[in-house]
Design a protein around this ligand. Structure first.
Ligand SMILES: Nc1ncnc2c1ncn2[C@@H]1O[C@H](COP(=O)(O)OP(=O)(O)O)[C@@H](O)[C@H]1O
Ligand SMILES: [Mg+2]
Length: 374
């Protein structure tokens, strides 16, 4: 099993978006940990007190660019404060400022069912001098971590965290007819290069339909020799659910029955195909269901599950609809992963707390650039 998960990690670190932070999704630190030296925290505290009458309460967490503290606003209201070093953050710091400003300006005019997925932004200060650098401060609604057994079923976790929810997630996926059918089709198309060595006219999608029906009816087929290669990869490990093993077995059985009477049939090709399919099935089951970048196609590294797979998780429908709305407002959701979605403590509602990588402004900049080029 190790081998397969290593492959999955490789898959996520190979993602091509240099702005996505999913791979940096940090381990949560001890609550009082100060990511700077004690003197910097003292300096920050002093500046906040003297200039804004705001009190630093505790350290909450950090991402790739920002550090977040809990603070008390002048009226006593508890707030989260994100601080970004503008020199460190570079262009990203400007994007952070612009994106949180977008929420500050637009949240009130958004439909309720969209607005509730965004935090309230109380205050933004753009140029706080600390330790010889300028810093961006964003004061926003205080959130709590979302329950991972819910969010880790459908959000990207950067490899870590799948362990929490993968069992429930897999069980749901392998029970759903449409999801199974779509995954089997995707998985079998991966074996095309091997299978076409046996029969150059092979149509993997019609083979896939022969797998899905019997699998969903619970049929337990005998174990063909083509499964052996997967066993070699420790596929007998307990990490693999019985249902997943049964699904792979059903695929191997259909392939075996299809090809066994071909003249000079060499089971090596199907064995290799099975290995490829087992790895890809692992990716389809383990990877994010919700795209990391909204509207990214499911084949892309930043994409999510197929439409059929997404439909197995109705709990993400509202969030997806809200993101679609924001996309239409040219505020394009990006970097959607487990570290960036939290929970409003008063209602238990999911909230996108990190909008720093939303791309509207990149797009606007691009368009402005294009206009200038004309
Ligand atoms: N509104 C908030 N309330 C409470 N904690 C927060 C809030 N926003 C962020 N955090 C904490 O800080 C961490 C980093 O914030 P994030 O905005 O993701 O930073 P980055 O832009 O560097 O990725 C989060 O993973 C979370 O633990
Ligand atoms: Mg983040």
């Amino acid at each position: 099993m190790r081998l397969l998960f290593e492959n999955w990690r490789k898959f996520i670190t190979e993602q091509d978006d240099p702005n996505a932070t999913v791979r940096f999704d940090p381990e949560p630190g001890p609550p009082m940990e100060a990511p700077w030296g004690a003197s910097s925290v003292a300096e920050l505290n002093k500046w906040l007190k003297e200039n804004e009458n705001i009190t630093l309460l505790r350290y909450l967490g950090k991402g790739a660019y920002g550090k977040v503290y809990e603070v008390a606003m002048p009226d006593g209201r508890r707030s989260a404060m994100k601080i970004v070093n503008k020199r460190m953050g570079g262009a990203q710091a400007d994007r952070e400022a612009a994106n949180y400003e977008w929420i500050q300006e637009n949240k009130d005019s958004l439909p309720e069912e969209v607005a509730e997925y965004l935090p309230d932004i109380y205050h933004i200060i753009n140029d706080v001098p600390l330790e010889g650098d300028y810093h961006l401060l964003i004061f926003m609604e205080y959130m709590e971590p979302a329950p991972t057994e819910v969010t880790h079923q459908f959000l990207a976790t950067g490899g870590r965290g799948q362990v929490y929810a993968t069992k429930q997630k897999e069980a749901r996926l392998l029970k759903d007819a449409n999801a199974v059918s779509s995954m089997v089709k995707d998985v079998m198309s991966r074996a095309q290069p091997y299978l076409s060595q046996i029969d150059s006219n092979i149509d993997t999608s019609s083979l896939a339909t022969r797998v899905t029906g019997p699998f969903l009816r619970g049929l337990n087929v005998s174990y063909p020799e083509e499964m052996k290669r997967i066993d070699y990869m420790a596929y007998e490990s307990d990490d693999i659910s019985d249902e997943r093993r049964r699904l792979l077995n059903s695929i191997a059985r259909v392939l075996h029955d299809t090809f066994k009477d071909y003249e000079g049939y060499d089971s090596w090709y199907v064995g290799m195909g099975m290995q490829e399919m087992a790895e890809y099935l692992n990716i389809l089951i383990a990877r994010q269901v919700m795209p990391i970048r909204h509207r990214e196609p499911s084949q892309s590294v930043l994409g999510g599950g197929s439409e059929e797979v997404q439909e197995v998780f109705p709990e993400m429908e509202g969030l997806t609809a809200a993101m679609e709305y924001l996309y239409g407002q040219n505020f394009e959701p990006s970097d959607i992963h487990g570290g960036n979605i939290m929970m409003r403590p008063t209602t238990g509602h999911l909230v996108i707390t990190d909008v720093g990588h939303f791309t509207s402004h990149r797009k606007a900049e691009r368009e402005a650039q294009e206009t200038m080029d004309v």
